[in-house]
Design a protein around this ligand. Structure first.
Ligand code: TYD
Length: 137
C-alpha cells in the first residue's frame, strides 16, 4: 500500500484466465460508501485533461477499466498524484478536494462511482474559489 493522506486505495483482485478477465473491488477498506450514480470517461485525446473541479459533498471512487491515466488531488496544501491502471488498485476520494485527471492513454476508460445524484451546485469550478471555500470551512 502506498502511503496517502487524501486518497484511499481500494484493492482490486483480478481473476485472469483463458476465459478472459474478471476484476473485483471490495469496499471494506474505505468504510461506508453508497453508490447512487456511476459514469465513465473514455476516448480522451492525449492532450486533454478532465476534472479541474472540486465537490463540496460528493464522495467518489475511481478505477481504470482499461488503459491508464493520472489523477492529481489537492486541498491546496497536500497534493497527491496516482496512476490509475486497469487490473490495479482503485482510489476513494472523500468530499472537498480538487482533482485533475490527465495523461489518458488512447484506450483508457475511467469508471467513477459517485455517492450522490448529479447536482451542479455541488461543483466548484474555479481553483481560487475552491481555496476560499476551503479556508471558510
Ligand atoms: P464534466 O464535469 O465536465 O466532466 P469531468 O469531470 O470528466 O471533467 O461533465 C461533462 C458534462 O456532463 C457536463 O455538461 C455535466 C454533465 N454531467 C451530467 O449531466 N451528469 C453527470 O453525472 C456528470 C458526471 C456530468
Amino acid at each position: 500500500m502506498t502511503s496517502l493522506k487524501i486518497l484511499k486505495e481500494i484493492k482490486v483482485i483480478s481473476f485472469l484466465d483463458n476465459r478472459g478477465n474478471l476484476d473485483v473491488a471490495e469496499f471494506q477498506s474505505i468504510g461506508k460508501f453508497e453508490t447512487k450514480r456511476i459514469y465513465y470517461i473514455s476516448n480522451v485525446p492525449e492532450s486533454e485533461s478532465r476534472g479541474a473541479h472540486a465537490h463540496k459533498k460528493l464522495e467518489q471512487a475511481f478505477f481504470a477499466l482499461a488503459g491508464n491515466l493520472n489523477m492529481t488531488v489537492t486541498d491546496g496544501c497536500i497534493t497527491e498524484t496516482v496512476e490509475l491502471k486497469s487490473h490495479e488498485v482503485g482510489y476513494f476520494l472523500p468530499a472537498g478536494y480538487w482533482r485533475d485527471l490527465s495523461n489518458f492513454t488512447n484506450d483508457a476508460v475511467c469508471l467513477v462511482l459517485a455517492s450522490e445524484h448529479y447536482d451542479e451546485n455541488d461543483y466548484i469550478y474555479s481553483y481560487e474559489e475552491y481555496l476560499e471555500w476551503k479556508k471558510s470551512g
